[in-house]
Design a protein around this ligand. Structure first.
Ligand SMILES: [Zn+2]
Ligand SMILES: [Zn+2]
Length: 160
């Protein structure tokens, strides 16, 4: 088999995703032996996933903030002490977005045993996960956001 890009060179590796032949130069272009088409489609799907996560984190965070502020702070007069109000609002926004970020973090370490629980187990699991997510999110919100933004920049910088 010859290289997919360089027809005169013989392949030393195959693309991990589509099994096209890759010569020495092409196989070492990226950190894994992969052709440029598959690499950019991997990058694209990763970017989509990250953008979706950012959208959910801050979108849902903002939505929850509005729900909570309408519920418990409905009586609060805006403008009376606007600095305090906006600080409160920001803190709630941070906590709500953090909840989503924490949830994403916990998704990775969800123990498989929960999948076999009956419905009540799922409800308990959901509540516990939500409570832990709030705390985890306080740290993971800035961490995940920075990591995701950096990753998008990295993907954008990948040569095609
Ligand atoms: Zn490929
Ligand atoms: Zn090649």
């Amino acid at each position: 088999m010859n290289c997919f890009n360089h027809h005169e060179l013989s392949a030393i590796a195959q693309c991990q995703d589509c099994s096209k032949g890759l010569c020495n130069e092409c196989a070492t272009k990226y950190s894994i032996p992969i052709c440029s088409i598959c690499n950019s489609s991997r990058g694209k799907s990763e970017k989509d996933r990250i953008i979706k996560e950012l959208f959910w984190t801050y979108g849902l965070g903002l939505g929850l903030t509005f729900l909570v502020s309408r519920g418990s702070m409905g009586q609060m007069t805006f403008g009376n002490n606007s600095i305090e109000t906006s600080l409160m609002f920001f803190m709630m926004f941070y906590m709500c977005s953090g909840l989503v970020a924490g949830w994403y973090t916990l998704n990775r370490i969800t123990p498989q045993v929960f999948l076999f629980l009956p419905l009540i187990g799922w409800v308990i699991y959901f509540v516990i996960k939500m409570m832990i997510s709030i705390w985890v999110g306080l740290i993971m919100l800035p961490v995940r956001t920075c990591r995701n933004v950096r990753r998008i920049k990295q993907i954008n910088a990948i040569p095609i």
